[in-house]
Write a protein that binds this ligand. Structure first.
Ligand SMILES: [Zn+2]
Length: 313
């Protein structure tokens, strides 16, 4: 998502977009919805190589965002969530073969309590020779359902353990399940992470909010080519911004660039509808009881898109 600027005045073509992707499991056919076969992974890496994409580390992206540098259209950042053993065993060798940097987001409790499918501290340390290590919470909770204190405690506990095991605290946080709202964010911001990353399919440009970077999942078949076409759409969300108290929304309000005259919007469970904008202002009258406990609202104009996730506490 975007920092608040004078959005309506911004030309859309101004900035180039980098793409952040997230993987979970590799060659693990027990969990198809989060799995990527190494055959597909190789095909995706070959595509990046043949088309001159540059795989950069999160550290490099952070540096560019901090300095306000131009972000290359050819930049791709690769991340892996949950620290599954199948990454260590099947995915990592392919990353090493291509010499692609990555960030592994560790689910700390799974390693501490020795859950079968997850990496050990030794394996995480070995992995850190080839990529960066990020933090994916201690207990992988649904953060939106937790009190401020519980969010704080989960974060502190996980970071303290990582300090002890790895000798440092990671500078990047990825939300478990990609679920968050403004309240969750403000608790995490107490820990001064360099980057906080969501899972709202999208792209990143020089104006992107370092504490709300969009990241797209890559699972199943090879569709990286399509996902690389996604561009950012500067959006200031006005309403809704969090789960509405009565579970109903009566409108979607947002400010976009003045150049956007027409968009399609999507609410989970309700499909796509179109709406016209006036001077970059979107006011779509809807009258919907939210069906999904995790509801996504997407806005799309051509290959530009933005989205927000609403999670029932
Ligand atoms: Zn996760």
């Amino acid at each position: 998502m975007r920092k608040l600027l004078l959005l309506t005045l911004l030309p859309l073509y101004l900035w180039a977009d980098a793409h952040l992707f997230v993987f979970h499991r590799f060659d693990d056919t027990r969990h198809l919805s989060t799995n990527t076969s190494t055959q597909t992974l190789r095909a995706e890496f070959e595509y990046l190589k043949k088309n001159n994409y540059e795989v950069v580390s999160l550290e490099r992206l952070h540096e560019a965002l901090q300095k306000g540098e131009e972000i290359s259209d050819k930049w791709v950042v690769l991340t892996i969530d949950d620290s599954f053993k199948s990454f260590y065993e099947n995915g990592l060798p392919v990353f090493r073969e291509y010499n692609y940097p990555f960030t592994l987001f560790v689910y700390v409790q799974a390693t501490v309590d020795n859950y079968g499918d997850y990496m050990s501290w030794e394996q995480i340390k070995e992995t850190s020779k080839y990529g960066e290590i990020g933090f994916h919470s201690y207990g992988h909770p649904h953060l939106v359902s937790l009190t401020d204190l519980k969010i704080y405690q989960d974060t502190k506990k996980g970071l303290d353990i990582m300090q002890k095991e790895l000798g440092y605290k990671p500078k990047y946080y990825a939300y478990p399940y990609g679920e968050y709202d403004g309240r969750v964010r403000s608790q995490l911001e107490l820990f001064s992470f360099d980057l906080i990353i969501n899972q709202n399919a999208g792209a990143v440009d020089k104006q992107s909010d370092m504490h709300d970077l969009d990241r797209t999942a890559l699972t199943g078949a090879n569709n990286i080519k399509v996902k690389l076409r996604t561009r950012t759409m500067p959006t200031e969300w006005i309403y809704p911004k969090a789960w509405p108290e009565d579970g109903k929304i009566t409108s979607i309000k947002a400010t976009l660039s003045r150049e956007v005259k027409k968009i399609e919007y999507y609410i989970s469970g309700y499909g796509w509808k179109s709406a016209s904008l006036k001077d970059g202002k979107l006011v779509a009258k809807v009258d919907k009881k939210l069906k999904m406990k995790r509801t996504r609202i997407f806005l799309k104009s051509g290959n530009r898109q933005s989205s927000i996730i609403l999670v029932k506490p």
